[in-house]
Design a protein around this ligand. Sequence first.
Ligand SMILES: Cc1cc2nc3c(=O)[nH]c(=O)nc-3n(C[C@H](O)[C@H](O)[C@H](O)COP(=O)(O)OP(=O)(O)OC[C@H]3O[C@@H](n4cnc5c(N)ncnc54)[C@H](O)[C@@H]3O)c2cc1C
Length: 482
Amino acid sequence: MNADKSTQQRHRVVVIGSGFGGLFACKHLRKADVDITLISKTSTHLFQPLLYQVATGILSVGEIAPATRIVLRKQRNVRVIMGDVNDIDVKNGTVTSRLLNQDTVTPFDSIIVAAGAQQSYFGNDHFATYAPGMKTIDDALELRARILGSFEEAELAKDQETRDRFMTFCVVGAGPTGVELAGQIAELADRTLDGTFRNIDTRDTRVILIEGADAVLKPMGPKLGGKAHKRLEKMGVEIQLNAIVTNVDARGVTVKEPDGSERRIESACKVWSAGVQASELGKILAAGSEGTETDRAGRVVVEPDLTIKGYPNVFVVGDLMSVPGVPGQAQGAIQGGTYAAKAIKAEVEHGQKPADRKPFKYFDKGSMATVSRFNAVCQIGKLEFSGFIAWLAWLALHLYYLVGFRSRFVTVLQWFTSFLGRHRGQMAATEQWVFARLALEALDDPDEALELHKQIGGEYPTGNGKSVANVKPGTETEPKAV
Ligand SMILES: Cc1cc2nc3c(=O)[nH]c(=O)nc-3n(C[C@H](O)[C@H](O)[C@H](O)COP(=O)(O)OP(=O)(O)OC[C@H]3O[C@@H](n4cnc5c(N)ncnc54)[C@H](O)[C@@H]3O)c2cc1C
């Protein structure tokens, strides 16, 4: 175990996570008389709202995920370390993180936990093998490879049934991410890939958006949800409402209707955007401090000042916090991170007592979602609008929050060519992007690792002990059903 040897005199702040909550917390402590250690299991600040554009070939990873240490290079009071936090000891004020086989213990006087959330499969984690979510860079690249790989398979298909299966895309969940993805897959097929294959017509692609509720974009209300619904249908997206996905496998999905009957959709490429589960650190905080609870999604129920019961120096912000009326959106994380930073600064520099803190107040700046190029829906307070103006608002806002001048500049160029023409600059995809996750999962199990070793030479484990090359097409783990 590697103890942090720095002998710090100043107030020590640990920030966990380099997402919106963590990064904004650090930035608001820029001039504070504190030493900050930012610990994150990823090396970048990921702009999740544009992940779907990486998945569909518009943007590169670099544009939406600058390296955190470079973003914070000039902020001398921050040290960035990489590591997966696996323990927070609130009583003794230490955090344990792990990078490869090395544990690091970092002491703190105050801590801001901004570890976010991940995809939830509602207890059916095995669905992830066939329907990746959209939370990380790996997810987006894997999805891009699955989407483009499906068209490649369709081009080579020997019969219509197989061709149809590879040209049917299912997006599960009609929230903003599902809507954006469905719209972009449809545009990819209709515009960018049109005329690029010889055996298939990509305009015959089926994109199916499956939603358990009775509306698209339900939290945005019937007017905007209805607009998005109509626009998607106009683009050829099939929308299936009140439909619950009960199973996902290599060849498709099983959907349950309101009357209890079940039906199949044959589809090689599936995407999951149906739910979120807070980081495991929520449970660790709850277990380590008396009276702290988590909600159904694993988020930590915090006090009015975003701290946990009995520990006014332990802040939980962003997607990991449960505060009534605050949505799991970037603004919630930015405002939470900023609030926590200001509270720490006030305590360190002005001796403010925790009891004197004003409660966190969320300012709702609205929400928006793009449906296609030149078309978005937007809600700001009671104001609701859609179409081109909403799309321009979406464009401006996303550019504003993208970190770094270079990212903004390159993104504008990419958008210019993608939206005005039909070209997409990021259409590369490799087989490894599809299979690497499964190979890594297998490494958790020594037997599987041995098996993997034996298989070196282009064969990948499926995660169930069989090598891809040993699995026959048509079986549950059909290898090429990417
Ligand atoms: C596909 C997608 C689209 C979205 N679109 C929008 C949108 O259009 N508008 C909007 O407002 N919001 C959108 N959101 C939601 C928004 O991105 C989140 O609400 C926001 O990112 C939450 O910020 P956060 O800091 O709490 O967590 P995150 O941004 O998720 O950051 C969490 C950080 O914690 C790190 N971490 C996690 N666990 C550990 C650990 N154990 N140890 C160390 N580090 C850890 C991660 O590596 C990451 O750096 C979208 C989200 C997704 C996934």
